[in-house]
Design a protein. Structure first.
Length: 343
């Protein structure tokens, strides 16, 4: 009796496109507008080199106008420009199944592997985004202007709350209204928001399930956002507030292939995908390009900078560092804390 294996069921080009499309369609960071697919970046992913140059032209300078007379010339001001550098990253991953596991499980292999692969790449996008944010917010210009540290500014009421959120939002200055569109938090912070009654639940037309918003912003919950339990009675975390188009993103599913190994594990078929991608916080630039960049490379603040000519205020991401009620955080110690939710 001949069995069906992955190499019979998967057409690599079709499968690769399927996974790429599904990962975009179901990526919460993409759907919320946090990650903005950028066709300009995408068109240059497969070009030579490890970085992509992103040129920019600054806004008109805020200079006083000339007094208009017929006895003097009108001065001409120049525009200034510059460039940011986006880092490419190259990744590969393979999953496989043995003949026996396929035959015994009776699972729809193509759908199972396809779903796993799409979800896998979504998780990698989240990890890469959060590592990039960690690196970018270690840059002094960003840290000084875009990080609201409630643990330092208001230590007696440092738990995630409306006052702290407004303080963080205010770091955007006159760009804060109608600019910020989404907030990324972990599940413990989401629980704190629920306990404080901060979440509005919206049921979109034809949507299967409702989703939450806060202050008009879509909430994205991802537990790759860490909780610092150095002091277990006072857990600390950082949430990120995003404006539309804050983070440029693109991926290219470079190849998909299947490999048949008749003698390994009684018969095994593997599928491997390779992709090239970039995630770039608009307004920042990779300072020290890395040929084969890893998550750790993206998390290093020494690899990032704000180039001359960029006002850090125009970077459309704000970090809000706060504490959490330990009763809402797994692994925390609530016995040493009063546990007042709103403070």
């Amino acid at each position: 009796m001949a069995e069906t294996n992955l190499s019979n069921m998967i057409v690599p080009e079709v499968f690769g496109n399927y996974v790429a499309n599904l990962s975009l369609k179901t990526n919460r960071f993409v759907q919320s507008g946090i990650l903005t697919p950028d066709p300009t970046l995408g068109a240059r992913l497969t070009q030579p080199g490890t970085t992509i140059t992103v040129p920019f032209i600054n806004d008109l300078p805020d200079e006083d106008p000339d007094v208009w007379t017929d006895t003097s010339n009108i001065n001409v001001s120049n525009l200034t420009s510059g460039k940011q550098m986006a880092q490419k990253f190259y990744q590969a991953k393979s999953f496989g199944l043995t003949d026996q596991s396929t035959l015994i499980s009776g699972a729809p292999i193509q759908n199972v592997i396809g779903s796993r692969f799409a979800n896998y790449w979504i998780r990698q996008d989240a990890k890469l985004l959060l590592n990039t944010l960690q690196g970018v917010f270690g840059v002094s210009k960003i840290q000084d202007s875009k990080l609201y540290d409630a643990t330092a500014k208001m230590p007696t009421e440092s738990n995630f709350n409306a006052k702290g959120f407004i303080g963080a939002k205010a770091l955007m200055g006159d760009l804060s209204e109608n600019t910020l569109t989404a907030i990324a938090v972990n599940s413990a912070t989401y629980a704190q928001m629920q306990a404080n009654g901060l979440i509005d639940t919206i049921q979109e037309q034809n949507a299967a399930t409702p989703f939450g918003t806060y202050n008009g912003m879509t909430i994205v919950v991802d537990d790759d956002i860490p909780v610092d339990l150095t002091d277990k009675s006072k857990p600390v975390t950082t949430s990120y507030i995003f404006g539309a188009g804050a983070v440029g993103y693109s991926q290219n599913m470079y190849s998909t292939a299947t490999e048949r190994h008749e003698l390994i594990n009684g018969g095994e078929t593997d599928i491997v995908q390779k992709r090239i991608a970039t995630i770039h916080v608009i307004g920042t630039s990779i300072k020290n390009p890395v040929q084969n960049a890893s998550y750790k490379d993206f998390a290093k603040s020494s690899n990032w900078e704000v180039v001359d000519g960029i006002d850090p205020k125009t970077v459309r991401v704000v970090a809000y560092k706060s504490t959490l009620d330990p009763t809402l955080v797994p692994g925390a110690d609530a016995s040493k804390s009063a546990g007042t939710l709103g403070k």
